[in-house]
Write a protein that binds this ligand. Structure first.
Ligand code: NDP
Ligand code: OXD
Length: 306
């Protein structure tokens, strides 16, 4: 079996060595234009030329959870697309979201400012029940985030495409229940895939439905958010702040107003990183299972978009 590797902006050699060690029976190589056709591909942000040449692929493994960029390309018709299914990202996402929720709820940035000014001040403790957290997307990452938030006893709501029943979570589904979900959330965490249905879903209409003083945590994709609508709602005081990890253009251009907005905190698309060893292990196990004709988790429905 042949495996080809095409991953933008990464050191290929440790991946190639890891894949060879995990699958000694496979011929693993770094893709170059004109390379021999392979059976399996491990990719992140490949060029269209890769798929134009690798027309025999049986399976394409995306070395990340989100497949929105890949689905913009023309993949070989017969190729199954499989994304990373947790692979160590869920716990990272849970710790990132919990630190953000706690930092905002406990006003830790305001305390840090006070201390920097030499002021020893106290703020009135907030009631956890006044800070319900709504999680958009109850998939692999969303459900892990929900569990972590519950450990800190925040009231948690969730919204997904299909109905869900999760212990202790007020679950909503479909476009018809989105307004009710938002109207009962003060902190909003976005963990949706980017699809034609979800592009621009964080906009003036939806964000203004949050409880007053709402706080946005966007860890999914930049194109979920209408940037100017967020700025308008922050400046109008309906939202109290936002933590953004993902952007329409990455790296975020230095001219973008998000860089200097007092109520916006930025991180550089780092909330849940692809962990090389864990990802190689997951992909290798899936290849072995597929060679045996067994089904694997994480296959993408290109029509649904995730
Ligand atoms: P999953 O596919 O496991 O979960 C997606 C969830 O979104 C599901 O609950 C699904 O509903 C729901 N959903 C999809 N479409 C809609 C819709 N139209 N309306 C309502 N709900 C919808 O994905 P993951 O949890 O693994 O990952 C989520 C996203 O997180 C990725 O697509 C990626 O964009 C982002 N990500 C960001 C990272 C970062 O570092 N910032 C790292 C990794 C991922 P249902 O359950 O009914 O199918
Ligand atoms: C992913 C990401 O989708 O890193 O895995 O954003």
């Amino acid at each position: 079996m042949r495996i080809t590797f095409c991953y933008a902006n990464t050191q290929a050699e440790p991946w190639l060595q890891g894949l060879r060690a995990a699958l000694p029976q496979a011929e693993v190589s770094l893709w170059q234009p004109g390379a021999t056709p392979a059976d399996y591909a491990v990719v992140w942000a490949p060029p269209q030329q890769f798929f134009d040449e690798q027309t025999q692929l049986k399976v394409v493994f995306n070395a990340g959870a989100g497949v929105d960029a890949l689905l913009k390309l023309q993949l070989p018709k017969q190729a199954l697309l499989v994304r990373l299914d947790d692979a160590g990202m869920a716990v990272q996402m849970a710790e990132y979201v919990c630190q953000a929720v706690i930092r905002h709820f406990r006003e830790l940035d305001a305390y840090a400012d006070d201390i920097r000014r030499g002021a020893w001040t106290y703020r009135a403790p907030r009631q956890r029940s006044d800070w319900p957290v709504g999680v958009m997307g109850l998939g692999v990452l969303g459900q892990r985030v929900v569990r972590a938030l519950q450990a800190f006893e925040f009231p948690v709501l969730g919204w997904s495409r299909s109905p869900k029943s999760l212990t202790g979570v007020r679950c909503f589904d479909g476009p018809g229940q989105l307004s009710d979900f938002l109207a009962q959330s003060r902190i909003l965490v976005n963990l949706l895939p980017l699809t034609p249905e979800t592009v621009g879903i964080l906009n003036r209409d939806t964000l203004s439905r949050l409880l007053p003083g709402g706080y946005l945590i966007n860890v999914a994709r930049g194109a979920h958010l209408v940037d100017d609508d967020l700025l308008a709602l922050l400046d109008a005081g309906h939202l109290s702040g936002a933590l953004l990890d993902v952007f329409r253009t990455e790296p975020l251009p230095h001219s973008h107003p998000f860089w200097h907005h007092a109520s916006i905190t930025l991180t550089p698309h780092t909330s849940a990183r692809t962990l090389r060893e864990t990802s190689i292990d997951q992909i290798a196990h899936k290849i072995v299972a597929m060679e045996r004709g067994e089904p694997v988790a994480g296959s993408v429905d290109p029509v649904r978009g995730y």
